[in-house]
Write a protein that binds this ligand. Structure first.
Ligand code: NCD
Ligand code: ZN
Ligand code: ZN
Ligand code: ZN
Length: 437
């Protein structure tokens, strides 16, 4: 047979070890993995000597903005950032303007993403204040329900016991996970100083809200996914309550590798929620990710803001940082410096996020799976925000030494990014919206 494309003689990870293999792609799927000289006939070939052939990252927590916030990010710049970063699937959060609480807004976001996509884009929806207003028609096109107890998408909503119960019941009836930002339900006033800011976003608040959501998850038998775990104590609490796939959790690269003390109090560039914690938390989160598997996966929480919103002093700055173009080099550097195994990398960046959202044909490079692939190479360099395709170019990882670079990105068998350049144009490669398989 003649296949569409062969990625020839790259470094391929088999049973956790590096070996030389070729990957054949036919009709958007992986047709097979071949030893040198055994490849099928093909219409096109990419010489992958010296390059790693890896599954594209799956980032289940991004804010691509768009609609009324195209000045922060739009689906084109956001999915270009993903492709250039080696991320082939992103799942977009509903806290946009307007928020995704109704089918009309969801459909608008899907249409915008569809016409400007460079990678696969999935969606979450929020839950309206009056739960009966939730439009079940949205379920066809979303992968989960997201709640923000500290800043509800509708201001009048309070995350008390009854509200949490209603959300759990809706998630359970819908057979999709409830994702939540673990922070106390109490409505807070705007912090007057640093002390108030850190008090209102404390580990205690993270742990307390986590406990109440876990209790409700058990009571109503829902599936709960914990966003951006940031504290050692919350990782411990997740570990204690692990129960197969009914409780899952993610951690961001910044909560793994940066701590609050790395930045000054005047600086808004590293302001995000949850805030950076201590070096002890960094270590315990990494352990939870790789040693005891309390945390399933890495997600970036890519949260772009305008330049002036990040250069403002800490208390006035907006919370959130871009992450799509730093995750692959940062995580692969852990592998190349032998602090993380290939098996852990492939699980936490690719297969676990696919499993959490039920994307059964993604996250692994094997016959029959989607051909969502990144070609990467070892290259020592420093992170530089001005190279980003994201509109947000201010990163707390600026100047960090890394050992990897994305060379090419393939989405559904289409080469979208080749040798550092976009070669296909928007609206061609990628599924929008991503559905459960
Ligand atoms: C996110 C944003 O800007 O949308 N900000 C952040 O600091 N992480 C919201 C969120 O993920 O809670
Ligand atoms: Zn959040
Ligand atoms: Zn343990
Ligand atoms: Zn977020």
């Amino acid at each position: 047979m003649t296949v569409d494309l062969v990625l020839k003689d790259g470094i391929f990870i088999e049973n956790g070890r590096e070996t030389i293999r070729s990957v054949a792609i036919e009709a958007g799927k992986i047709e097979g993995i071949y030893k040198h000289g055994e490849e099928p006939q093909r219409r096109d070939v990419i010489d992958c000597r010296g390059l790693y052939i890896l599954p594209g990252l799956i980032d289940i927590h991004v804010h691509l903005r768009d609609l009324k916030q195209t000045d922060k990010e739009d689906f084109e710049s956001g999915t270009m950032a993903a492709a250039a970063g080696g991320v082939t699937t992103v799942v977009d959060m509903p806290n946009s303007d307007p928020p995704v609480l109704d089918k009309k807004t969801l459909d608008e976001k899907i249409a915008r993403a569809h016409e400007s996509r460079h990678v696969n884009v999935g969606f979450y929806a929020g839950i309206p204040h009056i739960i009966e207003d939730f439009d079940v028609q949205m379920l066809r096109d979303i992968l989960g329900l997201k709640v923000y107890p500290h800043t509800p998408l509708e201001k009048e909503t309070k995350y008390d016991k009854n509200r949490i119960r209603d959300c759990m019941k809706l998630a359970r009836a819908s057979e999709i996970p409830l994702l939540f930002h673990p922070e106390s339900t109490a409505m807070r006033k705007i912090p007057r100083d640093m002390e108030e800011f850190f008090l209102s976003h404390s580990c205690e608040s993270e742990v307390n809200s986590l406990q109440s959501f876990i209790d409700a998850k058990v009571e109503y038998e829902a599936r709960l996914h914990v966003c951006h775990v940031s504290c050692a104590a919350s990782a411990r609490l997740v570990h204690k309550n692990r129960a197969e796939d009914t409780l899952t959790a993610e951690v961001t690269p910044h909560h793994l590798f940066l701590s609050g003390g790395d930045f000054t109090h005047e600086d808004g560039l590293a302001k995000m929620l949850p805030p950076l914690r201590s070096p002890h938390d960094n270590l315990m989160l990494l352990e939870a990710l790789t040693q005891n598997c309390a945390i399933d996966c890495v997600a970036t929480d890519h949260a772009p803001h305008k330049k002036w919103e990040k250069t403002a002093p800490f208390l006035k700055a907006s919370s959130g940082i871009p992450g799509l173009e730093t995750v692959l080099p940062i995580m692969l550097t852990e592998v190349f410096e032998k602090r993380m195994s290939w098996i852990d990398y492939l699980r936490v960046c690719c297969s676990a996020p696919a499993r959490i959202l039920g994307l059964e044909s993604k996250g692994i490079l094997t016959k029959g799976y989607d051909a969502d692939i990144v070609l990467a190479r070892i290259q020592e360099r420093t992170i530089s925000g001005k190279e980003f395709y994201s509109k947000a170019k201010i990163t707390p990882f600026e100047g960090r030494r890394v050992l990897a670079r994305t060379v090419s990105t393939i989405v559904g068998g289409n080469v979208v990014f080749r040798d550092g350049e976009f070669v296909l144009g928007p609206g061609i490669a990628g599924m929008v919206p991503v559905h459960k398989s």
